[in-house]
Design a protein around this ligand. Structure first.
Ligand SMILES: NC(=O)c1ccc[n+]([C@@H]2O[C@H](COP(=O)([O-])OP(=O)(O)OC[C@H]3O[C@@H](n4cnc5c(N)ncnc54)[C@H](OP(=O)(O)O)[C@@H]3O)[C@@H](O)[C@H]2O)c1
Length: 407
């Protein structure tokens, strides 16, 4: 048995379950992989929600990219052997697991110059960026390109790569924080599309000429504006629709400037073309190794808080309060240090002060979770130490309790 995150019903993040799963022996053409790390993609969200047309049947283990060590190979596998470090971008979900089965044809070698964790973070998004700048449209020095969601996973790599080729890169983003990221990733011009009309800005930046190509993964909200940003015979390269599928295109819209329209899908390009997959991944990894592409990995450590951990946390909060380690409504640094120590001892995790602070915010905003959690617990030292009292406490009492702890 290994641990995996599973989806038994479509919905929001709350449908994700942490479970034991059986990993079978690899069959013909398959390998078994012990994963060092996995990558997260926007596609995982589509699938969890059940929106994507290729959403797997329920239940399923989400996730499409990862890297790890081959621990077993099935009959007929010659492309890798036990002990090899490989990465994959797989149309077959199943990466949110400690170990998984994978068709060997999808696994590419990870060179020793690349940390497997980096490989897991970059393989799917990087192969997509590779496809977009080489096949969707061939970006060359002197081109001006428009990238939506420029600070996103694929967008960040796309901007870095196009900049290195010598293109002028215009990116759209939603926030100032993302604008700073896009600049760092080599965007020459960043448009905050919530504050300014991106079509007007692109025309202003390009002196009314428009761009050679638009890379559009936002879809519904941007599609028509993207067409308007293109110069004559420009390329509209769609590769996703985070805001929903765009309305149908009428041919006269394409005819007006003799535009090209394509949807570039990385799986469609590489699924049955091992040679193309190997060339693209070699190019990707060598550009990571030589510093052209920086792989941005979220520094946030994901912690799955269970009810049991929350109970420990609350008891810990109450103890610190009793000890006077809460002054003017704020827990002192010493209180946090004590709580971190206590919780790590109980859970075996490496929680930090910021984990506790983040959890506190979530709990504070989640009234029903608090309510459920206090049912049947003994909150000695806090005033409500009778189980009956707790269960019978009305909403106002619960609201006060939360205020007392977190105001
Ligand atoms: N065709 C392929 O083979 C392929 C492969 C991989 C990924 N994709 C597609 O590429 C896109 C980017 O994937 P990613 O994993 O790198 O994700 P991502 O860029 O990290 O996230 C999507 C970004 O889209 C922007 N966005 C605009 N409107 C949105 C909306 N209504 N809902 C959600 N996001 C919205 C947001 O950036 P702002 O806040 O800056 O607007 C958001 O951060 C996705 O559409 C994905 O499906 C396609």
């Amino acid at each position: 048995m290994v641990k995996a995150i599973t989806v038994h019903q479509n919905g929001g993040p709350e449908v994700l379950k942490w479970e034991d799963v059986e990993v079978p022996n690899p069959k013909y053409g398959e390998i078994r992989l012990k994963q060092n790390a996995i990558g997260l993609n926007f596609l995982d969200v589509y699938m969890r929600q059940g929106l994507y047309t290729l959403s797997p049947p329920l239940p399923f283990i989400p996730g499409m990219e990862g890297a790890g060590v081959v621990t077993a190979v099935g009959p007929g596998v010659t492309s890798c052997k036990v002990g090899d470090v490989v990465a994959y971008a797989s149309p077959q979900v199943g990466s949110y697991a400690q170990e998984r089965i994978l068709p060997a044809a999808l696994a590419v070698p990870v060179p020793s110059s690349i940390d497997p964790v980096q490989a897991a973070a970059v393989i799917f998004k990087g192969l997509t960026a590779h496809l977009l700048i080489n096949k969707g449209f061939k970006v060359e020095r002197g081109h001006t390109i428009l990238v939506h969601a420029a600070a996103g996973g694929v967008g960040s790599l796309l901007c870095q790569w196009a900049n290195a080729i010598g293109a002028t890169v215009i990116g759209t983003v939603s926030t100032n924080e993302k604008a700073a990221q896009a600049k760092e990733d080599g965007c020459h011009h960043v448009i905050l599309y919530k504050n300014e009309d991106f079509v007007e800005r692109v025309m202003e930046i390009t002196g009314g000429n428009g761009v050679e190509v638009v890379y559009d993964s936002v879809g519904k909200d941007t599609f028509r504006g993207s067409l308007a940003c293109l110069k004559k015979r420009g390329y509209m390269v769609v590769f996703g629709y985070a805001s929903g599928e765009p309305d149908a295109v009428r041919l006269p819209e394409i005819a007006a400037k003799s535009l090209y329209l394509t949807f570039s899908s990385v799986t469609e390009y590489t699924i049955d073309n091992r040679e193309e997959l190997l060339l693209a991944s070699e190019d990707l990894f060598s550009n990571v190794a030589n510093g052209v592409l920086k792989v941005i990995m979220s520094k946030k450590e994901l912690v799955k808080w269970t009810d049991w951990m929350d109970e420990c946390f609350i008891q810990s909060l109450l103890t610190q309060q009793d000890k006077g380690n809460r002054i003017n409504g704020t827990f002192t640094s010493q209180a946090y240090a004590n709580m971190v120590e206590e919780l790590n001892a109980k859970t075996g995790l490496n929680l930090t002060k910021s984990h506790l602070k983040n959890r506190m915010k979530t709990l504070k905003n989640s009234f029903s979770q608090w309510y459920d959690m206090f049912r049947g617990t003994s909150l000695s030292g806090f005033g409500w130490n009778s189980e009956t009292h707790l269960i019978e406490a009305d909403d106002e009492v619960w609201a006060n309790l939360i205020n007392v702890l977190f105001k």
